[in-house]
Design a protein around this ligand. Structure first.
Ligand SMILES: [Ca+2]
Ligand SMILES: [Ca+2]
Length: 503
């Protein structure tokens, strides 16, 4: 163990004192300076001759004068090591004298000793770090803030270049240092640490808060989950529209993103939606106020919806029993059940979602539904091409690896999956792909805009746009008012989904 600075100081002071005293006295002297002294004290004879026969000295091997142990303690000799006899705290290197014995320094003895840089802190283990304002020598070793300036532990700040205070990473997150929120991929503990307000499953900030869950959050791109060679990224990745500052989701919104939305709001979209720009109070009954309502609105039927002219099944082809199906997983309810698990569905693009709920979702995630013009911009690269992938010809009547169309996608092929006569899938969620599985068909900016599901758009209530679907829907890129065409099933369809844009 290195000498403590305090010990060194006391020894220097003692030496200076000896030098300054010219006359012989009872003071301790060093062996070098004390050879000529012979005070003739009678006390010397009692300890034998091991000290060399010299007079009272810090080094004569005797406990004499005011020393409390051999050559230590008292006003003049150096302080005593741990375990030596003492009469007062000042007799001890540790500054703790208990039961007339110098004590080993501890981190709870109320004095600065051992390697501590301040009382019971600093200097490394076992002492704890020192609070701001305490004395230190080395920030990382001594201070909770990790910053030692001018021998004083500093208060954590959002600009000091280290993670301190309640920051979740270097100079970001937390609430007490003034640091900004953390960017995508940076470490977080809670949602509020992140600029996106979404701390993901892996304790890193999600690109957007809807992508904080793993499945449907970071599983977009080519290759299936867990497959060799899969290349995935955030399902909230976006890319600019051609010639525009507006960014568009590269991928259709997944069932997992919608699940994150519902979970974060406790199902109460109805309380949130009216706070968004342009919301009509008349739409309130068309978004859920509880998780149970959300499961109905995103599930198979939504019987008796307030905007349904016939009061029967308020969604088209979303029942899972026979050549229909939804990708938002809900618990089995009689004949209504899914052939797939929640984990298998969360990664897929969300279908069977109503226009109003889609609109509320985009607002919550920092964006809005796109306009028809924006959909066309993405599909035609701002007018530069005929198709997202360029001008290469496309035959909509033939399966094509560039996009999910004409039933050319089917996954996962689970045991017990129900088949109809002729082998077609009964639960049509089989044909709906997770976003990004068709990289050859992306537009110039990486947006997967064609195929899989048609798009809800913001030009009017219930408007959607024809952008090719997993079935046989075409791509005239025109808008259509769903409710005018299918008033008995206004709240969702198995081949319509959506994505968001961000201004
Ligand atoms: Ca201590
Ligand atoms: Ca900091």
């Amino acid at each position: 163990m290195a000498h403590h600075p305090e010990v060194l100081r006391s020894r220097v002071a003692a030496a200076l004192f000896v030098v300054s005293v010219a006359f012989a006295s009872e003071a301790c002297t060093t062996s070098a300076a004390g050879d000529a002294d012979d005070p003739g004290s009678g006390g010397a004879s009692s300890s034998g001759a091991s000290g060399g026969g010299g007079g009272p000295s810090c080094t004569n091997g005797k406990k004499d004068d005011a020393e409390t142990d051999v050559d230590c303690g008292g006003a003049d000799a150096p302080a005593c090591a741990d375990g030596k006899s003492c009469g007062a705290a000042s007799d001890c290197v540790s500054k703790v004298c208990t039961g007339d014995v110098c004590q080993v320094p501890t981190t709870s003895d109320g004095v600065r000793n051992g390697d501590e840089t301040d009382i019971d802190c600093g200097g490394g283990a076992p002492a704890p770090l020192c609070a701001s304002g305490k004395t230190c020598a080395e920030g990382l070793r001594d201070c909770t803030s990790k910053v030692c300036t001018g021998s004083v532990c500093q208060v954590p700040t959002g600009t000091d270049g280290v993670q301190n205070g309640d920051e979740s990473a270097v100079d970001c997150g937390g609430t007490t240092t003034g640091a900004p929120r953390c960017g995508t991929g940076v470490a977080c503990e809670v949602d509020n640490d992140c600029a996106s307000n979404g701390c993901a499953f892996d304790k890193k900030c999600a690109a957007r808060r809807s992508c904080a869950r793993q499945l449907g959050g970071v599983t977009c791109g080519s290759g299936e989950v867990g497959a060799g060679g899969a290349s995935h990224e955030s399902c909230c990745a976006s890319a600019p529209l051609a010639g525009s500052a507006v960014r568009m989701d590269k991928y259709l919104v997944t069932a997992g993103r919608m699940r994150a939305f519902i979970e974060r709001l406790g199902g109460n979209v109805r309380a949130f939606a009216p706070t968004t720009t342009g919301w009509s109070a008349a739409w309130n009954p068309l978004v859920p106020s509880t998780v149970a309502e959300a499961n109905v609105m995103l599930g198979s039927y939504w019987n008796g919806a307030p905007n349904d002219s016939d009061g029967q099944q308020s969604k088209r082809s979303c029942a899972s029993g026979s050549f229909g199906g939804h990708t938002y997983w809900t618990a089995a309810n009689g004949a209504d059940y899914s052939d797939f698990t929640q984990n298998q569905l969360d990664v897929k693009a969300l279908n069977c979602v109503g226009w109003h709920l889609a609109r509320a979702f985009c607002s919550w995630d920092g964006g809005r539904l796109p306009t028809r013009a924006e959909i066309i911009n993405a599909f035609r690269n701002g007018g530069a091409t005929t198709y997202p992938w360029g001008n290469a010809a496309y035959d909509p009547g033939v399966q094509d690896s560039r996009l999910n169309h004409e039933f050319n996608y089917g996954f996962p092929n689970v045991a017990g999956r129900r088949l109809l006569g002729g082998g077609a899938a009964a639960d049509i969620a089989w044909h709906v792909s997770p976003p990004g599985r068709f990289p050859l068909g992306r537009n110039n900016n990486g947006v997967e805009i064609a195929g899989n599901l048609l798009h809800w758009v913001s030009d009017g209530e219930y408007f959607f746009n024809w952008t090719l679907s997993w079935e046989r829907h075409g791509a005239n890129l025109n808008n259509q008012d769903w409710r005018s065409a299918w008033p008995g099933e206004p709240n969702g369809y198995y081949a319509i989904g959506f994505r968001c844009v961000y201004d």
